[in-house]
Ligand binder design. Sequence first.
Ligand code: NDP
Length: 255
Amino acid sequence: MSVLDLFRLDGKVAVVTGGNRGIGKAIATALAEAGATVVVAARDAERNEQAVAEISKAGPAAHAVTTDVTSRSDLVNLRDTVTERLGPIDVLINNAGVGIHGESLTIDDEGWDRVMATNLDAVWKASQVIGEQMVGRRSGAIVNVGSMSGMIINRPQWHAPYAVSKAGVHHLTRSLAAEWAPHGVRVNAIAPGYTKTEISDIDDPRWKHYWIDEVPMQRYAQSAEIAPSALYLASAASTFVTGEILVIDGGYTLW
Ligand code: NDP
């Protein structure tokens, strides 16, 4: 067997939350190219279908299940619908996320709650709902999308709720990894740095000094540069890796 075969996901079913654009779509496309049948789980049904058409060009026909990851009943519906149509879920990518910027004294409870509900609580709920099936089958890989913001304090725009949610994702990753390792389920995370997507106003010249000049590689990432790390952690290329937070930041957290 070639070492590259370890990265293949032929016959596997992979769910990508927030897989209809940005980093999630890039990961979904990479998993499809590796042979997985991919399910996009996000709220915007029209956008999900557009993404599914694109992802299907890379591999097996992809599917969409309209899902709000903050809703446990939506997540149960996602698991049951996928299992019925395609079989049990082998790979879960907890990617859906939202961000808000603002000084801490200006952020109200609704802002804090919304960020936590999507970025942290939903990772917990989806891991429980789909992890239950994985633990039952003694097989599965979960990859959470954390952030370098869960490790350092970004400047100059403050975003305490976002940073705290991502630090929580990292520690949830380690907690579940330790608990579920004896049950055959691996749980890892990727921690991207500045990446060009809709969530980030990365081309704004006001932030160039902080977001580009201060990155050792002197640039931001494209989503396609984040996706291969998720494939590595989702595949048999990483069978002895669990609880890892894989940083992909052009060196930013080295300072
Ligand atoms: P985008 O804003 O481009 O995409 C966010 C995705 O999340 C969309 O597909 C959206 O779909 C989905 N989503 C948001 N809320 C929900 C919800 N309640 N239920 C289901 N899906 C939801 O963001 P990015 O691609 O930039 O970010 C993806 C992940 O990467 C996030 O977790 C983010 O925190 C993380 N990240 C991003 C970085 C960056 O610089 N861009 C850096 C580090 C981490 P829909 O609206 O249809 O539901």
